[in-house]
Design a protein around this ligand. Structure first.
Ligand code: SF4
Length: 698
């Protein structure tokens, strides 16, 4: 693990984990990664967190998939349950497996049409591979049911930002937080999830910025804050709407900005009548004097920045929460200036890029609408194909449709859906009902155990060349560090070859060629190329021409849709019946040393030493009231399912709130999350699942 151990070569690339996009150097010896250390990049300035530093062992793992696998005849789909992989699947060549997939696709198209096929792509992959996937699905198969993990996390951010401002992305560079005088961090434990960004926020607070933390559980970052608002889960929209109303009542809003750049102000102001300070105090649990003071700081101590992660978005009303933040920024003119902006912090290395390159239903690369006739004409001409004539489904909808027998084939790339989607039992049922399931991944996962064929992928981060887009819209190169194991292939290669088998030549020879194709069809990428990124380093889109330096701060010269829009938001109240039956609010989050379903991080001996384990954190007073001892195993029950969990006493969670993660297979927390989705983005409510507790031996 020591970066002074001599390496055969040192390669600089981009960290494969979170959306910060830290630059990292890997030391390579005998074609294996032997260490990692921080390299200078605009987002990290040489820093790395523990995952970036010690999370690379998965690349060298002997458990990597190395050959295409085909399910043996007569073996039913489902968990391996300890059986060796080769009892259930047989090895095949790429030629054989691609022929089988192509013939199955043709059969399903003949029987049911293109709407019966859907694809879920990994945001861990490169922009180039994700772009190739959506082109393959749309042109070679003819379906628009394509999605990536944003639906499970930040799609409410992307949707509200795009609808109200123009682009579904963060407005400012990460480092710009150092120019803010007031910073609100809401629904984010960034010290654990984005430690390098948290370091900038701490630095800003030490320099004198007013730091305000809004979260239902205590976070370490709050030690640097002037105010910590322990908000009742699911009530963010009330807090931020009450702040807005108070700012208006006090006359602290930016009248010139509103009249010059926005629309819908009057209607929105009228909609705020109900959000009084008394109401907000009662609903959110935050004292009204604190709400007043935080509103004053945000409106008057400018420039002000709002940063958030999934504590805002993973709710049934996630789009309302994000819109409430955008409304507040527009009200006070905190957009389009240094230090002032809206910063959703993206969780996956390339979840921003996945949406940018068009892997979402109805959205072609560069956020161009599929149903716009002029856009369609242009794309069909360049891509030489007929685009789907229907808007497809999001991943959560696809799983539901598979369960109901309406989708017959899924192509899942690098997503462990059984662990990452809500209602794990329903996902398993959906996967077993499919006529054909293709899974492409770097390891055998719980989801791959249901597959008809499993394709071995090269790791996008270390075994392929391309780009990732970080949380500040910066495209950065990821370089090939080592060769993929066995017959594993880059994701884009598989889509290009499969398209060829189906009779469609995608016209893409390699990753650099794909970037050229992206720049041809999407104006936000027009000035980008691999050559330029090699020469100049990462650039933030929009990059409209080769002479453009990229866009540091969005909306500095106005809004692409003409005027920014205030959006009326509402709060639907508490469901008192559900709250009585299920008195605890369970928050499913993350911990610093693990990443999502831990497919990669669990392979690191260093990260395994410091993991917290499959526990549910509970306030000691609640434990006393329920007669539960520290370490006791209890049953958690929700309207969707039940799991056994070991309780850990924790004072960071307040009474009535429980916290766990979805990192551990021993505690399938998402089993508890009902598939209650945001009506617009179909995002699940991982951050406020109602549960009750039963003692196991009662
Ligand atoms: Fe990697 Fe994110 Fe950690 Fe940076 S902060 S090293 S990008 S996991």
């Amino acid at each position: 693990e020591r970066d002074w151990v001599p390496a055969d070569k040192v390669v600089e690339t981009t960290c494969p984990y979170c959306g910060t996009g830290c630059q990292v150097e890997y030391g390579i010896k005998d074609d294996k990664v032997i260490w990692a250390r921080g390299a200078y990049g605009p987002a990290n300035e040489g820093k790395l967190c523990i995952k970036g530093k010690f999370g690379y062992h998965y690349v060298n793992s002997p458990e990597r998939l190395t050959k295409p696998l085909i399910r043996r005849t007569g073996i039913p789909k489902g968990p391996l349950n300890g059986r060796p992989i080769h009892e259930v699947f047989r090895e095949a060549t790429w030629e054989e497996v691609l022929d089988i997939i192509a013939s199955k696709i043709r059969e399903i198209l003949d029987k049911y049409g293109p709407a019966a096929i859907g694809g879920i792509m990994s945001d861990r992959s490169t922009n180039e591979s994700i772009y190739a996937f959506q082109k393959f699905m749309r042109c070679a198969i003819g379906t628009d049911s394509i999605d990536q993990s944003a639906t499970l996390c930040h799609e409410p951010s992307a949707w509200s930002l795009a609808t109200q401002l123009g682009y579904g992305a963060a407005t400012n560079p990460i480092r710009d937080v150092l120019n803010s005088r007031t910073i609100i961090v809401v629904g984010s434990n960034m010290n654990e999830t984005h430690p390098v960004i948290a370091a900038y926020v701490k630095r800003a607070a030490k320099q004198g910025a007013h730091l305000i933390i809004v979260n239902p559980i205590h976070t370490e970052l709050a030690r640097y804050a002037e105010y910590e608002l322990l908000i009742r889960p699911g009530t963010d929209v009330v807090l931020f709407s009450a702040m807005a109303k108070y700012i208006i009542d006090m006359g602290w809003y930016d009248k010139e900005f509103i009249s010059r750049y926005t629309e819908g102000f009057e209607d929105w102001v009228r909609s705020l009548d109900a959000f009084t300070l008394d109401f907000a105090e009662e609903v959110t649990g935050v004292p009204k004097d604190v709400i007043k003071e935080v509103a004053r700081l945000y409106a008057l101590e400018k420039p002000s920045m709002i940063m958030w992660t999934l504590g805002i978005t993973e709710h049934e009303n996630g789009t309302e929460n994000v819109s409430a933040l955008i409304n507040l920024a527009l009200l006070t003119g905190n957009v389009g200036k240094p230090g002032a902006g809206l910063m959703p912090l993206r969780g996956q290395n390339n979840v921003q890029g996945g949406a940018d390159v068009g892997c979402a239903p109805g959205r072609l690369p560069g956020y161009q609408p599929l149903m716009d006739s002029e856009v369609r004409r242009r794309f069909e001409e360049v891509w030489r194909c007929k685009l789907p004539s229907f808007i497809g489904f999001r991943s959560t909808e696809m799983i539901d449709m598979a369960r109901r027998g309406l989708i017959k084939m899924l192509y899942i790339v690098g997503e462990n859906s059984i662990r990452s989607h809500p209602d794990s039992k329903a996902v398993a049922e959906a996967l077993s009902k499919l006529e054909f399931l293709v899974v492409q991944d770097i390891f055998m996962t719980e989801t791959a155990e249901y597959a008809d064929v499993v394709l071995p992928a090269a790791s996008a981060a270390l075994e392929d060349y391309g780009t990732f887009t970080n949380t500040e819209r910066r495209l950065q190169l990821t370089r090939k560090v080592v060769d993929p194991p066995g017959d594993a292939k880059p994701d884009w290669w598989v889509f290009v070859e499969l398209a060829r088998k189906l009779g469609y030549d995608m016209g893409l020879r390699d990753s650099t060629d794909i970037m050229r194709d992206m720049a041809r069809v999407a104006p936000v990428f027009s000035g980008l190329s691999h050559e330029r990124l090699e020469r100049e380093g990462g650039l933030q889109w929009p990059v409209p021409s080769e002479s453009s330096p990229g866009t540091l701060i969005l909306y500095a010269d106005g809004f692409p849709r003409g005027r920014a829009r205030f959006r009326v938001v509402s709060w639907r109240g508490f469901d008192v019946v559900v709250e009585r039956l299920y008195p605890y609010s369970l928050i499913i989050g993350r911990e610093r040393a693990q990443y999502h379903t831990a497919t990669m991080t669990s392979r690191s001996p260093v990260l395994r030493v410091i993991w917290r384990g499959p526990v549910v954190e509970m306030n000691p007073e609640d434990m006393r009231a329920e007669s539960i001892k520290d370490g006791e195993v209890v049953k958690l029950l929700s309207p969707a399912g039940e799991v056994l969990a070991r309780v850990k006493a924790s004072t960071r969670v307040p009474r009535g709130v429980l916290f766990t993660t979805f990192h551990y297979p021993e505690l399938l927390a998402n089993t508890l999350v009902p598939a209650v989705l945001n009506p617009i983005t179909k995002t699940p409510a991982y951050k406020d699942t109602r549960v009750r507790i039963e003692k196991v031996n009662a």
